[in-house]
Design a protein around this ligand. Structure first.
Ligand SMILES: *Cc1c(COP(=O)(O)O)cnc(C)c1O
Length: 407
C-alpha cells in the first residue's frame, strides 16, 4: 500500500483521518492537461474543498467550478480570473448574485435567474457577461432529454430568446451543460461532447453573437469497483481534440471548458480509521471502527442502498451513492500480519444501527488498535459526511506534500 509508513505514523496521533496525496493529484492533473490540449479544466470544488487540495489544483492551472459563494471566494483567493471562476448552481439568491457578479462568471440556471442577474447588474451599473445552463434535448443514453431541476430546457431557452435580448444589463456569452457524472465509457463521453458543441453552434446562430465559452460539464468517471475500467484519457483527449478542431471555424475565439471533481482527486485520497472494539453477538462478530458513517459516509450509504434500495433506478443518486463497493477495504496491523481471514460485520461507533460499513465480509483477523484503510476517499467523502451527528470528534484531513511533509 502506498504511504504505509505515513499512515502508521499519523495513526499514532489520530483515530481517524483522511490522507490526500499531492503527488498523485499533480500526476493526474498533468495527465488531464497533456491529453486535452485545447481544453481548459475547471475544478469542481464541491467534491473536496480542503484548502490544501484546492490550492494545489488551482495553482496547477485549473479554474473553478463553484457551487456557492464560498467556493467563488476560494477561487478569488487563489487569484483565478473572473472568466475562469464559473458559478453554477440552482436557486441562487439575489444576495448570492450581488456577492459574486463582479468576481465570477455567473451561469444562470433558470429563466427567472436570467432576469434576476440582469436586475442586479442594473443596480450595480454594469453589464454582466453570463452563461446559461441548458438542459439539452439529448442525454448520454438515448436521444431525448429528461426533466431536471438543473438548467433551462433547451426548447424553452430558444423560445424566450427575444425576451433575453431585450435585457440591457446582461450579455449571454456562454453555454453550460452538465447532465452526468461518473461515466466510464469514453465513447459516450465524446459523443456527448459532440452533442454539446452542436447545441452551442445552434445557440451562437440564434444569439447572433459569438460564444465566448462553452462549458461541457463533467462526465469522466473513475473506477471504484475492482471490475471497473478507467476511462482511457489519452483516447478521449485525442477524440476531444479532433472534435474541438472540427468546430474551430464555428468557434474561433471560444474557450472550451471541462469541469471535473472526482477524476482529479477521487483516487488521490484514503480514509484511515481504527478498530475501537470487537464483540460477538449471537454468533456474529462485530468489529467497531471509529467515525465511519459520520467520518466517511460512502460505504455506509452503499450498504443502505444495497439493503433497502428495492431495485429502483439509481440514476441521480450521485454523488452520495455510486456503486455497491465504493472503496477497497485494506487492513494494516500494528501487531504481526495474519493470514487468517475472519467473517465480520464492520460497523461504526455511532448510536444507530445504520452505521454499517460492510456486512458478512472476510477480512484479516482484526484486533483493537488495528488500522483499516478505505481507498477512493479523495472526492465526495469528507464533504458529504454528517460529522456533527453524535458530536464526535471529526476525522482530521491531512495533506501529504510532494516532499513528504504532512500538513
Ligand atoms: C458536481 C458537478 C461536477 C463534478 O462532477 P464530477 O463527477 O466530480 O466530475 C461538474 N459539474 C457540475 C455542474 C456539478 O454539479
Amino acid at each position: 500500500m502506498k504511504n504505509q509508513n505515513v499512515i502508521y505514523q499519523q495513526a499514532k496521533q489520530y483515530d481517524s483521518f483522511y490522507l490526500y496525496d499531492e503527488s498523485e493529484i499533480i500526476k493526474r492533473i498533468q495527465e488531464l492537461k497533456n491529453n486535452f490540449q485545447n481544453v481548459k479544466f475547471l475544478y469542481s470544488i464541491k467534491t473536496n474543498s480542503n484548502a490544501n487540495v484546492v490550492k494545489c489544483i488551482l495553482s496547477n492551472g485549473f479554474g473553478v467550478d463553484a457551487a456557492s459563494v464560498a467556493e467563488v471566494c476560494m477561487g478569488q483567493g487563489e487569484h483565478i480570473q473572473k472568466e475562469d471562476v464559473q458559478y453554477s448552481a440552482p436557486g441562487k439568491t439575489k444576495k448570492n448574485i450581488e456577492d459574486t457578479i463582479r468576481i465570477s462568471t455567473l451561469i444562470a440556471d433558470s429563466l427567472n435567474e436570467i432576469n434576476l442577474i440582469d436586475s442586479v447588474a442594473k443596480e450595480q451599473n454594469m453589464v454582466a457577461k453570463i452563461g446559461v445552463r441548458l438542459n439539452p434535448d439529448f442525454s448520454f443514453d438515448n436521444k431525448e432529454g429528461v426533466a431536471s431541476k438543473f438548467g433551462i430546457d433547451e426548447a424553452q431557452f430558444f423560445d424566450k430568446l427575444h425576451d433575453h435580448s431585450s435585457l440591457m444589463n446582461i450579455e449571454i456569452v456562454g453555454l453550460h451543460v452538465h447532465i452526468r457524472s461518473q461515466e466510464l465509457d469514453g465513447t459516450k463521453i465524446s459523443s456527448y461532447y459532440e452533442n454539446v458543441l452542436n447545441l452551442a453552434k445552434r445557440m451562437q446562430v440564434s444569439l447572433g453573437n459569438p460564444l465566448e465559452f462553452i462549458n461541457m460539464g463533467s462526465g469522466i468517471g473513475i473506477p471504484y469497483e475492482d471490475s471497473d475500467n478507467a476511462v482511457d484519457i489519452s483516447e478521449l483527449g485525442e477524440r476531444t481534440k479532433e472534435l474541438v478542431k472540427a468546430f474551430s471555424k464555428t468557434f474561433t475565439d471560444t474557450r472550451i471548458y471541462i469541469e471535473t471533481g472526482r477524476s482529479v482527486v477521487g483516487k488521490c485520497g484514503v480514509y484511515v480509521t481504527k478498530v475501537l472494539d470487537k464483540k460477538i453477538s449471537y454468533g456474529k462478530t462485530y468489529v467497531i471502527l471509529n467515525n465511519t458513517l459520520n467520518g466517511f459516509i460512502r460505504p455506509s450509504v452503499a450498504q443502505l442502498v444495497t439493503k433497502y434500495g428495492g431495485g429502483g433506478n439509481l440514476a441521480g443518486s450521485e454523488p452520495l451513492y455510486t456503486t455497491k463497493n465504493p472503496s477497497q477495504i485494506l487492513v494494516l496491523k500494528e501487531m504481526q500480519e495474519t493470514e487468517n481471514l475472519e467473517i465480520v460485520e464492520l460497523v461504526g461507533n455511532l448510536c444507530t444501527a445504520t452505521d454499517v460499513v460492510a456486512s458478512n465480509i472476510a477480512l484479516p483477523c482484526l484486533e483493537v488498535g488495528d488500522i483499516v484503510v478505505f481507498t477512493n476517499a479523495g472526492s465526495y467523502a469528507a464533504v458529504l459526511s454528517p460529522m456533527q451527528f453524535s458530536s464526535q470528534e471529526p476525522p482530521n484531513e491531512l495533506f501529504l506534500t510532494c516532499d513528504e511533509a504532512v500538513m
